[in-house]
Ligand binder design. Sequence first.
Ligand code: SPV
Ligand code: MG
Length: 535
Amino acid sequence: MKRTTKLRQMLMGNDTAVLMEAHNGLSAKLVKEAGFEGIWGSGLSISAALGVRDNNEASWTQVLDVLEFMSDATDLPILLDGDTGYGNFNNVIRLVKKLEQRGIAGVCLEDKLFPKTNSFISGEKQALAEVDEFCGKLRAAKDTQADEDFMVVARTEAFIAGWGLNEALLRATAYAESGADVILVHSARKDSSEILSFMQHWSGAAPVIIVPTKYPTEPMSKFVEAGITNFIFANQCIRTVVTALQDTLKKLRETHDLMSVENDIAPVSEIFRLQGMKEFASLEARYLPEPTQAPYRALVLAATKGNFGKLVEDKPKCMLNLKGKPVLTWHTEAFNKQGIKNIGVVRGYKKDAVNLAGLSYFDNDDYGTTGELYSLYQARDFLKGEVVIAYGDVIYDPFILQNLLAQSQGVTLAADAGFRIRPRVDDKRDLVKTEGTRTPLGGECTLQAIGAIEPDAASGEWIGLLALQGDAAAKVVAALEAMAQDEPEALRSASLVDLLNRLIAAGEKVNVVHTFGHWRDLDEQADLLASDQVS
Ligand code: SPV
Ligand code: MG
């Protein structure tokens, strides 16, 4: 059912109807959850929530923005407290159009002058609008509404302004004749006398709605007996918010202890629920593309001391300060750039000095007598899903890692096709012999052999980066476990190069991604040591 129709049926029917105040999207939602069937978009409450007076200090479009949130937050019909219509008939015409566009079910217009003042503040001094002028506004509203069920409520402030019963009746009658669907009779008395006297003489030309803020002790049944079935609870939500906030803030200010309020306030999960995060999760599952890149983890092999002389007396080479940051940080930054947060490090030599926060550590306490594969074995539980393994002593531009991850399938290593022009003081390098080439159009480049290959037969030098995708990590772990079982000595002495050759020998495909330059191996220490860039 349309909201306008719902509101119409509520206010025109014989059943008791209560419009409950709300002043923003959240309170509108809570009003709905509590089981109310309609909302009073209170001018007092909306302005108070905005931190301004109920004197039309918030512009009508600002009020409209709040209403839009309220309308989106709930499917309840909303009757806007439209004050005087924010101007003359012309403003009312535009207001009604805008309210209908936002799904607001009706507007209440009061017979005062713009800018209005709240009825409970010196009501007697408040001037009323000329009856004819106000009737023109009502006619303008009714003529403008596109939806025949949109409700126009005419509110007379005759009692508030001290004009008494006759004026109230005269005005209410004129307003009903001008097309108002419902008459709101407002009273600031602490009892029901004005309202009941009005009802004694009211013709019944239109249903009546009241705002019993000032006479809360009067039972509703009294009004129902008098013929009033429509009620506005006009400000209890905003008043509750104020009391609750004052209480919490006082406690927090006094104690500076979050536990002084923690168990009395809504948990954050309740806020998420009210915000509709459950629906968001299902939307996300429906509309967000699957992550293109699996969440890699990264493992740095950094157990060895390195031949950096005095520089590594109290720390391993992975903690050497290189151009202002530890070598290990060069790795973690490169990983982070690729979205990899789960980073493990195998330590050995001076392990206590390897202490960057947020990393997972594995220890190879036999680092002095064992090799890389034994280090890798210590971290076998970390080798799950997609993993990139890096030698702790290589430094590379992050795009090399990006390239490797983007192209890797199964076991893939990064190789430098520019190895022939790379200056290098020793000739200990792991060259790769490959078959095939990979281009943007496809093709594969697979590893035939790695290690001490004749440079003329090599297509590149391994950079010390290895990616494991799909079931590759599981295969590597299986190979490590098999070695631990069957060849424990070989496991202790073997290198990663040995592992790669074993995988090839076992018929596993190892892929190679070539790049050109842009990395260095820290063991080429001569020039680095001579520079002042390492400490
Ligand atoms: C409001 O809620 O803003 C009203 C009702 O107009 S009253 O505050 O009683 O005037
Ligand atoms: Mg108001």
